[in-house]
Ligand binder design. Structure first.
Ligand code: PLP
Length: 398
């Protein structure tokens, strides 16, 4: 009989989106005439830009002829895409060497897999609330995590606690689910703290393209010293609408070298390279051609057009919450609006209230950590028409 990885028993039931689907299905069965508006799941709705589509087509066409056909590609990703990403960073004033970039099928895999590089007895800091993959992937590997409390008092932007000697720190900015974004001074504090502790920051910038204030850092590498202490994960999912197309990238600087217990030096870049070339055979050439087109100046301009469309939705939601005097976070440099459930309701209670009284589906904050118990997330990824209608309904509540 196989001995199982019993760490899986320690995972909290991942019932958030299935429970939402279950409650929505039950409601719609009982009220078939009601139009339900979904502002819950963080998935994009607009189609890809024309340049991305052209890039994908070029990739497909290359497969049709023996002189351009591609088989297995480099595990780290094609140089043309790593160069295009490096140039994209450079246009935002950030230096990232193409040799430090690893192309993947999205940030979920990489943020989930990175935990394999670290031993079980690290002090691992993870914000609460946050994207649940960081906690679950560590629990699966038998690791214990320490929560960094995000709350209204710190604007959901926890800062270093110098009484804790961290080894690994997960940060997500702009944050899912709160939409909160660290400013330069705050990230400098995190980088200094990591350098003091010889810790590694695992920085998830999946929503960087939503940052519209040039004064806010879109990458941890905008901060001096970060190359000596940080890995960055990013994705084309929210930047370019690639949630179904699948492409992401992770930057592991070669400066990240730490001493093993036996005194030998180990490079995180070399370890990640070894891990990826052992367990991953690369992102499809076709997708990488689409991604290359995304990172051209015109490709990014097209992405920004879609992002502006979502930002208008976020503004509609924010205006409604302001009008209702409901305190909220995010919604400016993020597709997420995170607000306190009205009238002291808990998040699942408010979920039912909103579904029953306004036929709007959102996401209960409890699904993102203990600190989300009294909060609720709405997303700006719907259509203008649906968001407008949802907000008119919301306006009529309580
Ligand atoms: N990181 C964060 C913070 C996310 O919210 C998400 C998706 O919702 C991801 C990573 C995963 O992105 P991808 O589609 O690239 O796997």
């Amino acid at each position: 009989m196989p001995k199982l990885n019993e760490n899986y028993q320690n995972l909290k039931e991942s019932y958030l989106f299935s429970e939402i689907a279950h409650r929505v299905a039950a409601y719609s069965q009982a009220h078939p005439d009601q139009k339900i508006i979904r502002l819950g799941i963080g998935d994009v709705t607009l189609p890809l830009g024309s340049l991305a589509i052209q890039g994908l087509h070029a990739g497909v066409d290359a497969m049709a002829s023996s002189d351009t056909f591609r088989g297995y590609g480099p595990e780290q990703g094609y140089e043309f895409l790593r160069n295009a990403i490096s140039e994209y960073y450079a246009r935002n004033g950030i230096t990232v060497d193409p040799a430090d970039i690893f192309i993947s099928d999205g940030a979920k895999s990489d943020t989930g897999n990175i935990s394999e590089l670290f031993a079980a007895d690290n002090t691992i800091l993870i914000p609460d609330p946050v994207y649940p993959v960081y906690v679950d992937s560590n629990v699966m590997n038998g690791k214990t995590v320490t929560y960094l409390s995000g709350n209204a008092d710190n604007q959901f932007l926890p800062m270093p606690d110098r009484s804790i000697a961290a080894d690994i720190i997960y940060l997500c900015s702009p944050n899912n689910p709160t939409g909160a974004v660290y400013n330069r001074g705050q990230l400098e504090e995190w980088v200094n703290y990591a350098l003091e502790n010889e810790a590694v920051i695992l920085f998830d910038s999946a929503y960087e393209a939503f940052i519209s204030d040039p004064g806010l850092p879109r990458s941890i590498y905008a901060i001096e010293g970060a190359r000596r202490c940080a890995i960055e994960f990013c994705s084309l999912s929210k930047t370019a609408g690639f949630t179904g197309t699948r492409c992401g990238y992770t930057v592991v600087p070669r400066e990240l070298v730490f001493k093993a217990r036996d005194g030998r030096e180990m490079s995180l870049h070399a370890m990640w390279n070894r891990r990826q070339s052992t367990k991953f055979n690369g992102t499809s050439y076709i997708i990488q051609k689409g991604a290359e087109a995304v990172f051209s100046p015109e490709g990014i301009r097209q992405c920004q057009e879609n992002i502006r469309y979502y930002q208008q939705n976020a503004r509609m939601i924010a205006d409604t919450l302001n009008h209702k005097k409901i305190r909220f976070f995010g919604g400016i440099h993020s597709p997420y609006i995170w607000f306190e459930c009205p009238q002291g309701m808990e998040s699942w209670e408010f979920f039912d209230y909103l579904l029953t009284n306004a036929q709007i589906v959102g996401t209960p904050g409890a699904g993102f950590g203990e600190n989300g118990r009294n909060y609720f997330r709405l997303t700006a990824f719907g259509s203008h028409e649906n968001t407008k209608e949802a907000m008119e309904r919301f306006h009529r509540l309580f």
